[in-house]
Design a protein around this ligand. Structure first.
Ligand SMILES: [Zn+2]
Length: 243
């Protein structure tokens, strides 16, 4: 009997289900140590030069969070999704608090390529957005997730592209449909690196007359400027108490 590569990948993924997706320590789900590390992440505003609106993230894109996101996204570790969704909800809550937003609001996920959704067996950012919206609603901020963005064309793998090339690669790649009415709209994603995907999402939504009020992600990369490593991500940690 010949198994497809997809089947073998899935079987290999099942074998590691008995380990923490962050540090591979034996056990089920995210271990207490990794959960503590992630829970201590600074929730705050992260500056990105290309974005002229507030961006809030719930932690730095570093291990074990990096590994947990990768495992949940591409290695079927869906048991890590609740923790990631909770962190996204906290990032949105921080943004909402800073801007004085009251519901009802919309979370619009940055869309994944259709092929990635098929391979993963779920729409990763949509799933995070849906669960985060339920957390926020339970906490008193009426919010729902709405997949208002679509990929209009395939984009080149951004690996190896510098920021300006990334932006050229992405511009015009997304289209938006007008969602049901709400008082505000926030674009959400798992990770922000250069901000190019978020920038394209803002462009597409603004083009149909529904500009977002802000952006939120689970994690943010530490920006490096010139030869100095500068942690711009932590410059504005003005809402860290709920982390
Ligand atoms: Zn762990």
């Amino acid at each position: 009997m010949v198994f497809g590569v997809g089947f073998i990948d899935a079987a290999a993924d099942l074998l590691v289900q008995g380990a923490c997706p962050g540090c591979a320590r034996p056990g089920s789900g995210v271990c207490a140590g990794c959960a503590r590390w992630i829970g201590a992440g600074v929730i705050g505003e992260r500056f990105r030069a290309v974005l002229d609106m507030p961006l809030w993230s719930a932690g730095e894109y570093a291990d074990p969070l990096t590994r947990i996101i990768s495992q949940a996204k591409d290695h079927h570790r869906h048991d890590a999704l609740p923790l990631l969704a909770q962190r996204l909800a906290l990032a949105v809550a921080g943004l909402a608090d800073a801007l004085g937003l009251a519901g009802p609001g919309l979370l619009v996920p940055v869309p994944s390529a259709p092929a990635a959704v098929r391979e993963r067996g779920l729409d990763f950012t949509s799933t995070l957005a849906n669960t985060a919206a339920r957390h926020l609603a339970r906490a008193g901020l009426t919010t729902r997730a709405e997949p208002a963005l679509r990929q209009l064309r395939a984009v080149q793998d951004p690996g190896g592209l510098v920021a300006a090339e990334r932006q050229r690669n992405l511009t015009g790649s997304l289209g938006a449909v007008r969602p049901r009415s709400a008082r505000w709209l926030v674009v959400v994603d798992d990770v922000v690196t250069t901000g190019a995907s978020l920038q394209e999402s803002v462009r597409a939504l603004t083009a149909v007359g529904i500009p977002p009020v802000g952006l939120a992600t689970v994690a943010a990369t530490t920006l490096r400027t010139g030869g100095n490593q500068q942690n711009l991500a932590l410059l504005l940690p003005n809402w860290g108490s709920s982390g």
